[in-house]
Design a protein around this ligand. Structure first.
Ligand code: GLY
Ligand code: MN
Ligand code: MN
Length: 432
């Protein structure tokens, strides 16, 4: 059974009874008649594996489960211009749906499918044009009330069911995520070997993209951050337009999207190929924080324990470097550390770089469980300030890996990216 069919069956069990309607993403115009590259909707793709735009998955759950795809018809003229389309018959066969129809039959068929069903499962509020369309179908069903037809009484958020499923990665997903991480780790290695004083941030970005694409990854999972020197202290720096300077660090936060799954890696290395003593001190501190966090990525720990562990190590370092004063507890309590560490230590990772899934349940951090995948990404950022000795200024460090929770120590998916100081310096020594 394909993983998609398995997921549809699992969703059906949780729905109990009713109709789920899950559209893929819309194509978006960039300007005039040029579109942004199409990216499917993650929920739709998770259940279908179907790559084309203008498609909707409908699941009708009664005593049995019927899966129906609405998609574009085959069209010789359009296929000459834009390429292959499965068409309903081809899609039904290739992707294992029970039925498939042309997308332009959706508005006619949905009121019939919704008639006398107890629940509609739909992602209400995500897209106003779909909301309007769905309300139109519901009103068509309600208009039949005098003929004894009833409309769904419950409108349920299909996302909450799917988010929980997506939080636990199945074998098919783990396999792709391992490969996405491997490709992305190789891209960081390539960037290290390409960097040198005088090159430009965008040249290094081009090396990353080259490595992603040459291994078949379809796109970057998010806009790559290639931040030399002070730019590393801008957390979402994406202009990537400055020249690299001798003596600066270069922070790269980049990962590819492979077959719908993201990798998310940050590495920091010296443009010259060798860390200065103060850069090395801060780098080793962030690495120690990451090691402490990873030790808490295991069943029995809750979501926030890796963050708490990383924070204690970072704050002890801030005190040791005389950047903060007081005890570790006092600095955490006052929040003074936020001058240097203002984000959390990770997020769920999967189809979306900040992936689906709750972080708390009933007010409590949720427990880590096998096959959840998350990032571990402590950082340390020092902006110029009167309260900080100048030797620390403009050092921005984040070390980010992707990890899977197992029964024992976490599996680090992103090992291909050099990380220890000696590894980085060795990788850069062999630059051509
Ligand atoms: N690259 C986005 C993040 O690290 O969360
Ligand atoms: Mn991240
Ligand atoms: Mn990142």
């Amino acid at each position: 059974m394909t993983p998609y069919r398995e997921r549809r069956e699992k969703l059906a069990q949780q729905m109990g009874a009713g109709v789920a309607v899950i559209p893929t993403a819309a194509e978006r115009l960039r300007n005039r008649d040029s579109h942004y590259p199409f990216r499917h909707d993650s929920y739709f793709y998770y259940l279908s594996g179907f790559p084309e735009p203008e498609a909707v998955l409908v699941m009708l759950v009664t005593d049995t489960v019927k899966t129906i795809l609405f998609c574009r018809e085959k069209n010789t003229e359009r296929e000459i211009w834009d390429g292959f389309r499965y068409g309903p018959d081809g899609a039904r066969e290739a992707f294992g749906f029970d039925e498939a129809y042309p997308i332009d039959q959706l508005d006619a068929m949905l009121p019939k499918l919704l008639a006398d069903q107890p629940n509609l499962f739909f992602d209400l509020g995500a897209d106003p044009s779909w909301d309007t369309r769905v309300v139109g179908w519901l009103n068509s069903v309600r208009a039949e009330a005098r003929n004894g037809v009833t409309a769904p009484g419950g409108i349920r958020d299909v996302r909450s069911l799917l988010d929980e499923m997506r939080l636990f990665k199945d074998a098919h997903e783990i396999d792709i995520m391992r490969r996405a991480a491997q490709i992305s780790g190789g891209a960081h290695r390539r960037a290290m070997q390409a960097a040198r004083p005088g090159r430009w941030e965008y040249e290094i970005e081009a090396e990353l993209l080259h490595e992603f694409r040459r291994h078949g990854a379809q796109a970057p999972a998010y806009t790559s951050i290639v931040a030399g020197g002070a730019n590393a202290c801008v957390l979402h720096y994406v202009t990537n337009n400055d020249q690299l300077k001798d003596g600066d660090l270069l922070l790269i936060d980049a990962g590819c999207e492979l077959d719908g799954y993201a990798a998310d890696i940050t590495r920091v290395f010296p443009v010259s190929g060798q860390f200065t003593p103060v850069q090395k001190d801060l780098y080793e501190l962030v690495l120690a924080a990451q090691t402490a966090a990873m030790a808490k990525v295991k069943p029995g720990c809750h979501w926030n324990e890796p963050h708490e562990a990383a924070l204690r190590v970072l704050v002890q370092g801030m005190i040791d470097f005389e950047l903060c004063a007081g005890s570790v507890d006092a600095v955490i309590e006052s929040g003074d550390y936020k001058r240097f560490y203002m984000h959390k230590t990770g997020h769920w990772l999967g189809m979306d770089v900040h992936d689906a899934g709750e972080y708390k349940r009933g007010g409590d951090w949720r427990m880590l469980q096998k096959d959840m995948v998350l990032t571990v990404e402590p950082g340390f950022y020092v902006r110029p300030s009167d309260q900080v000795p100048e030797r620390f200024w403009n050092i921005g460090i984040r070390i980010e890996d992707d990890v899977r929770v197992t029964d024992g120590a976490c599996e680090v998916l992103t090992q291909a990216a050099p990380k220890r100081v000696a590894e980085i310096e060795a990788c850069m020594k062999n630059r051509n």
